[in-house]
Design a protein around this ligand. Structure first.
Ligand code: AMP
Ligand code: GLY
Length: 427
């Protein structure tokens, strides 16, 4: 039976998911709430915000939606899965209780401590002065994190204790993250290359996707403030089989088991961000959804029908599903607005996407865009995700950067070193 599918979200990740869902032989119709203009030919855009759980529920019931796929963290943290399931609807994603592993860094750190899952040493604070005293006691470098959701920007990696104290003032006094920053995690600085692990889980079985790598800082070589992510590659070839086994045995399996034991069984996509330290892999954070922009690379490589994968998770038959991937590699370069992740201008005309997509292997996903007076203009910090799929990472990078050259808008900003570190580690 063909299915009516509702995709929740409106960024580059959701464009990539919509692109993949639209190819499903099981699809009758795709609705995207709210989506963005880049997705308008892939499904019907529905003007309901991703955090309007009630609005989405009413819509899904009215349209008799067969499957809902949730992209972003916020609706998961608000309990969209619980609400939809209560109403008898099928939905891919973790419950509110399970999604807390992302929504509260304090919860996730305490879970890791309780179950011996390798992570940076830490302490949780709800008041400024004790937090400052801890920073002075520990010394720099040190990492200060808002406990709640902060669009990937709530983490300060501080090279001096002054910087760390300033970050604490920003959160506790100036409340730059609102309620998300009233509880703060201060943790040990970890050194090493970073990777993104994505795990599908149906509560019984789990499946590890190929490894991806994001590039978090706004400037090349790990410089500048953290962003939601400036570009990704997949797969990451320098991680050894032994290291991957270590990640699965010491991080993935114990975390899924711990959540189950705590009455928070995880169904959906669990995404630990991992630092490959000299002392082995350690968890930086958990996300309870697909990464953005990891998904933009993943969807270029995924062969198996995404509707089928979501259905298998919901029906707890993931263990018998054969998930297949294209050979070669994918590379995604984010084109951002100048100034991001701080203040930036909007409304700058974007040209050249069609020319970029004429290059074989290239697909451009849209993140922060809108139509104004008949023109495509910038409407966010991360504007476009330019992706290429090629036979090798080297070629995928080259092709993606060729495509980047074809696209223009005032203030176009991107990193020139996406995937470069991984290439060096392999060769
Ligand atoms: P998170 O949202 O917790 O993953 O943090 C965002 C980014 O900050 C990570 O992707 C890392 O690049 C960096 N980061 C977070 N925690 C640490 C840490 N303990 N040591 C070094 N870098 C970190
Ligand atoms: N790319 C990192 C994230 O989605 O959180």
């Amino acid at each position: 039976m063909k299915k009516k599918v509702l995709l929740v979200g409106g960024g580059g990740r959701e464009h990539a998911l919509a692109w993949k869902l639209a190819q499903s032989p099981l699809l009758e119709k795709l609705y995207i709430a709210p989506g963005n203009v880049g997705m308008k030919n892939l499904g019907e855009l529905v003007p309901i915000k991703a955090n309007d759980i009630k609005g989405l529920l009413v819509f899904a019931l009215e349209k008799k939606i067969d499957l809902t796929f949730v992209g972003p963290d916020e609706p998961l943290a608000l309990g969209i899965v619980d609400e939809f399931q209560k109403a008898g609807l099928r939905i891919f994603g973790p419950s509110r209780a399970a999604a807390e592993i992302e929504a509260s860094k304090a919860f996730s750190k305490e879970l890791m401590a309780k179950y011996n899952i390798p992570t940076a040493q830490f302490k949780v604070f709800t008041e400024l002065e004790p937090a400052k005293a801890y920073v002075r006691e520990m010394g720099a470098p040190i990492v200060v994190k808002a406990s709640g959701l902060a669009l990937g920007k709530g983490v300060f990696v501080c090279n001096t204790t002054n910087e760390a104290e300033a970050a604490l003032e920003e959160m506790f006094v100036n409340k730059i993250f609102g309620a998300a920053g009233t509880e703060v995690v201060i943790e040990e600085f970890l050194d090493g290359p970073e990777i993104s692990i994505h795990v599908l889980s149906d509560g019984i079985s789990h499946y590890l996707l190929p490894i991806a790598q994001d590039h978090k800082t706004v400037f090349e070589g790990g410089k500048g403030p953290n962003t939601g992510g400036m570009g990704t590659i997949a797969p990451v070839q320098w991680v050894t089989k032994e290291q991957l086994t270590d990640i699965e045995e010491r991080i993935v399996k114990p975390t899924l088991a711990a959540l189950k034991k705590e009455g928070r069984e995880f169904c959906g996509l669990l995404f630990p961000g991992i630092m490959m330290t000299a002392k082995g892999p350690k968890v930086l954070e958990f996300n309870a959804r697909f990464g953005d922009p990891e998904t933009e690379s993943y969807m270029r490589l995924l062969k198996t029908d995404l509707v089928e994968i979501a259905e298998a998770c919901i029906d707890k038959r993931l263990g018998s599903l054969n998930i297949e991937w294209e050979s070669g590699a994918a590379c995604c370069i984010i084109l951002a607005s100048a100034g991001y992740p701080s203040a930036f201008n909007k409304g700058k005309e974007i040209t050249g996407i069609e020319n970029a997509e004429k290059i074989p292997g290239v697909v451009v996903f849209q993140a922060g865009t809108e139509m104004k007076d008949g023109k495509l203009v910038t409407n966010g910090g991360r504007v476009l995700a330019v992706t290429a799929h090629e036979g090798s990472l080297e070629l995928a990078r080259l092709t993606a950067y060729q495509a980047v050259d074809k696209i223009n808008f005032l203030g176009k900003t991107f990193r020139t070193d996406i995937g470069k570190g991984s290439l060096k580690l392999v060769s």
